[in-house]
Design a binder for this molecule. Sequence first.
Ligand SMILES: Nc1nc2c(c(=O)[nH]1)N[C@H]1C(S)=C(S)[C@@H](COP(=O)(O)OP(=O)(O)OC[C@H]3O[C@@H](n4cnc5c(=O)[nH]c(N)nc54)[C@H](O)[C@@H]3O)O[C@H]1N2
Ligand SMILES: Nc1nc2c(c(=O)[nH]1)N[C@H]1C(S)=C(S)[C@@H](COP(=O)(O)OP(=O)(O)OC[C@H]3O[C@@H](n4cnc5c(=O)[nH]c(N)nc54)[C@H](O)[C@@H]3O)O[C@H]1N2
Ligand code: SF4
Ligand SMILES: [Mo]
Length: 676
Amino acid sequence: MANRKVRGACPHDCPDRCSWVVTVDDTGTAVALNGNTDHPLTAGRLCTKVNGYLQDRVYSPHRITRALRRAGPKGSGQFTPIDLDDALDEVATRLTRIAATEGPATIIPFSYEGTQGLLQSKSMSERFFARLGAAEVSHTICGPTGAAGLSAVNGFTVGALPEDAVHAELIIVWGANPVVTNQHLWPAMLAARSRGARIVVIDPVATRTARAADWHLMPRPGSDAALALGLAHLVITGDFVDHDFIATRTTGFDELAAAAADFTPGRTADITGIAESDLRALAAEYAAARPALIRLMVGMEHHTNGAALYAAIAALPVLTGMWRHPGGGIAYHTSPLFNRSLNLDGLRMAHLAPGPRRRINMVQLGQALADPDADPPARALVVHGSNPAVIVPRQPLVRRGMTRDDLFTVVHEHVLTDSARYADIVLPATTQLEHLDLMKSWGHTDLMLNLPAIDPPGDAISVTDLFRALAARMGFPEPCFSDSDDDLLATALSSTHPHLAGITLDRLREHGWQRLNIPTPHTPYAAEFATPDGRARLAAAARAATTALPRPPDARWPLQLLSVKGLRSMNSTYADTTQCARDGGPWLDLHPDDAAARAIADGDLIEVHNQHATITLHARVGARTRPGVVAVVFGAWSVTRTGASGASVNLLTPDSLTDAGGSAFHDTYVDVRPAR
Ligand SMILES: Nc1nc2c(c(=O)[nH]1)N[C@H]1C(S)=C(S)[C@@H](COP(=O)(O)OP(=O)(O)OC[C@H]3O[C@@H](n4cnc5c(=O)[nH]c(N)nc54)[C@H](O)[C@@H]3O)O[C@H]1N2
Ligand SMILES: Nc1nc2c(c(=O)[nH]1)N[C@H]1C(S)=C(S)[C@@H](COP(=O)(O)OP(=O)(O)OC[C@H]3O[C@@H](n4cnc5c(=O)[nH]c(N)nc54)[C@H](O)[C@@H]3O)O[C@H]1N2
Ligand code: SF4
Ligand SMILES: [Mo]
């Protein structure tokens, strides 16, 4: 029998959402995983991380294929394999008892973006926890802060489509690192460059994208609202504004002009650390481009004034009328196009909840877990598709909570992550090659079908099967808990929204993906904005002025720590792999002035410390950051595969919130010293 080819899609929390093809031999073994050559953005290429998916996850010797019961102290990683049925019985019995005696609100489900498949992450599990009346964890960590800032001005977050970058004459990559985090968009930017466009990067760190750009500006972290208002001031005083656009499509111009007037080039230069001459040059270049495109992603939102930064930036394409032009304006996430068109409510069935549910902000999971006097206290934690012991800020508190003996913890995983080590019961999860799923994208507009290619190894169970099995054991009578994965797929697609017109399951099966019905090029605000009166609200950008000033320095912790995404890891996924360990990291990027002041040389082992914790890393001394700013790749686990202690950066981050309730990861101040 010849090899079979099965179409699927990468499950990761990555805007590229690659389309892939799995080659399966006649023994049912996946022998190759390749990017789909038919998909325009994927263009036949996956990435460094996922090229290793077969050996690092699917067939990894470290993969969990049996259920495990804890056999040592929490966190020790000592487990005994048990039968899957026994494990499911135990989980069902414990959750039933906790719900009956302590109340269902003491049960905390924690899932995040390990897989972005709608079936695996947003269907049966959501129905189960709604029906149980468990606490509900708000997914605030990635995107909502930036989205709040953009929609405050535009009324909606979707702007230009990333691939329309090719039409731009100037591309400002503002607080984003596409060469690492959005690799399949970068070629569209390079195509624009080959047609004469310039690429400018605004980032306090000299990222790979910054190094590949035509011009790199390095502002002080968190000073971008001041930068945007300073540019707005130059655009207004230089009369680079689009008067007709302002008169017919906006409100609040006078408020914005008044607020921006305080951000003279001199003062803006003082606040941002960007030279006055550079500010003037950037404003002139921006205003002259037809059009200019600003690419925003997520990393920049992790400041206390995160939403304000995005709102201030949103003023620039409004003032200059950039939204009139294909490829002009701002490109941000495309996922709302799917959210509004697919039948997600039908998947989730939130109405199954017996009443209003307790809400916990995921940023403050540590408080919910560790506080014995919380009303109510946490009694169970059920994790799938996430690694809270690494990705949530203020880890000392999260881990203290996860160590509690009176907390029953279940983790559904591929490998023994930091979080899994704290579990009472670990359940083996299927990988993307072993389950069906429907995938939306937050970086393009193609809906994708992921077909299972191989059988799950051992006792590995999908998220949908896991929660069906628990619902059956717990006696939930609703027929929706018997829906098959095919039923769920049909539910997701049952919508009359025009974006889905012509998209059928048959077409998805045949091609692997289907583009939403969105006009190309996409000029969403050329005629009107998505606000009630159709006008952009410039007053929302003006309000950013009140939070635009940087925090005064603190002598105890003089260095601001930025934690950024890594080339060889996907958040904390793959941090355990040998390919990720290849460059010897994680490294702390340190400016030569800051290194010299502390007698630290390149490559030295150093301690990074603040009031929360101390972690040990190697210093990488160079001009990759501004003086006073240090940067580290986020995602390392505390316990690596070899058992050595790694350096999880979230041991140092606070659980303070952004102005839209997200995580202010970058609100982290530290000092460094040579390791003793
Ligand atoms: N290889 C890889 N790809 C990924 C991921 C990964 O872990 N690895 N993660 C995925 C996920 S979940 C996400 S959300 C995206 C994130 O994608 P990005 O947002 O592109 O990535 P980040 O590294 O979080 O942040 C981008 C940049 O913001 C900069 N920044 C921080 N503070 C400021 C500031 O105040 N001003 C300015 N101008 N810049 C600032 C940082 O220095 C950083 O270089 O990437 C996705 N893609
Ligand atoms: N300091 C700092 N912290 C950050 C960030 C930062 O930039 N700096 N970035 C933040 C951002 S933007 C994000 S999005 C979050 C990411 O946080 P998470 O979404 O939690 O990301 P991962 O660390 O990749 O953890 C996902 C886990 O899900 C598992 N998984 C994958 N597929 C499946 C499946 O099908 N079933 C089950 N049961 N499990 C599966 C993986 O093995 C992995 O361990 O981290 C946030 N934390
Ligand atoms: S992680 Fe991103 S770039 Fe890599 S294969 Fe998945 S979607 Fe493509
Ligand atoms: Mo993210």
